[in-house]
Design a protein around this ligand. Sequence first.
Ligand code: NAG
Ligand code: NAG
Ligand code: NAG
Ligand code: NAG
Ligand code: NAG
Length: 385
Amino acid sequence: MDLTKIISLSLLFFCLLIPVKTTAAVTCTNAVCRRDGPIIRFPFRLKSHQAQSCGYNKGFDLTCHINGAVNRTTITLPFSGNFTVEEIDYAAQEILINDPNNCLPQRILELNLSTTPFSGVYVNKFTFFNCPTSEYLRFRPLNPITCLSSKNSTVFATASSRMVDYLSSTSCRLMKTVEVPVPWPFYEQIVTSDLSDNLWLTWKVPECRRCEIRGGKCGIKSNSSREIICYDVHKPAIPRRARYAIAIGAGIPGALIAFGLFCYVYSKINSCIKRRRLVPSPEINNAQAHYLHSSVIITGLDGPTIESYPKIVLGESKRLPKIDDATCSICLSDYEPKETLRTIPPCQHCFHADCIDEWLKLNGTCPVCRNSPEQISSPENFTNS
Ligand SMILES: *[C@@H]1O[C@H](CO)[C@@H](O)[C@H](O)[C@H]1NC(C)=O
Ligand SMILES: *[C@@H]1O[C@H](CO)[C@@H](O)[C@H](O)[C@H]1NC(C)=O
Ligand SMILES: *[C@@H]1O[C@H](CO)[C@@H](O)[C@H](O)[C@H]1NC(C)=O
Ligand SMILES: *[C@@H]1O[C@H](CO)[C@@H](O)[C@H](O)[C@H]1NC(C)=O
Ligand SMILES: *[C@@H]1O[C@H](CO)[C@@H](O)[C@H](O)[C@H]1NC(C)=O
């Protein structure tokens, strides 16, 4: 970077400073229900602690509730009741909620977001089945929803249409099909899930993403208008020392150069901090960590790669390299003669070709053991002997 560029950049920053300092908004301080709880600020507000003008509208009102000796941030959804707020991501406009009584599937069955500001980030249709516990072994690969199950009946939920067809043909009773807000389409639950992970919701209005990403905060401009403004943009980017340097050095190129250099270094640090946000925090559970990990690093495989994995057409003997592989663990149907199967090279797990192909397009790992087939350079061939 040459000198003139630095000076002009510095002047630009200096000019940007002025309107920021003079912008006023309804001032609100952040709130929390407990020290490590989600920070509550616009568009949300903690009802008993922050003025009405600190939140966008009633839909974003939060309260604190003691549950299991913990002061929990709580949101009341009309028609659906109270949920614990686990996390709020202001820049992504996402809120993660769960059931304070640890039976989220029960709440999902009654979930109705139609009068809330929220909707699912991604939505999967899940069908709930109530199956006789005595036949549990037939449904072995499914994850039972323990809080809805009893001694005689076990409840499962699945997002796979083949699985729904299969369960409908058994003595299981179809309970309900509902739309579930999930963190990622086909995330883990392509076959089954106990649906205990947080619900991922987003809000579209007020739109503050751009403001948040620039380091600003949204708020209502004044008590008398509903206008939303973005303020405090880059305020933390100008520490006292730099402001002091500007104050005494106004007009002195040296100070401007120093400030320009500082801004350049700061922007590098800042983009690094932004990238670090992608690393899951320790509070995030394993499933979400897996999701975050896979959504950032692993994407699905391309068609030619999938096609390169060994395919097999089952003979009448239905013999397979692994004796216990009599059922496709994606759709849970038994293999039939003449069906086309595909195997994943490193682990030799088998699936119906049409099941695993769809899976691998979205997710580059084996659904059974989570090994990534990409790690293997030369797939072993396998034959139906
Ligand atoms: C807005 O109203 C709240 C009380 O409702 C008051 O505390 C605050 O000072 C007002 N702010 C402005 C800018 O008028
Ligand atoms: C829970 O948090 C709120 C907000 O900080 C506080 O007003 C309330 O007293 C807390 N409740 C308990 C029981 O600590
Ligand atoms: C839900 O939250 C509201 C608002 O804090 C409270 O008045 C109500 O008692 C709560 N309901 C239940 C069932 O906890
Ligand atoms: C949600 O509630 C509204 C209002 O009661 C109702 O009109 C709507 O049909 C409900 N939606 C679902 C999916 O139950
Ligand atoms: C479970 O099944 C047993 C035997 O069939 C029956 O006696 C019992 O009442 C059932 N319990 C429930 C909760 O349905």
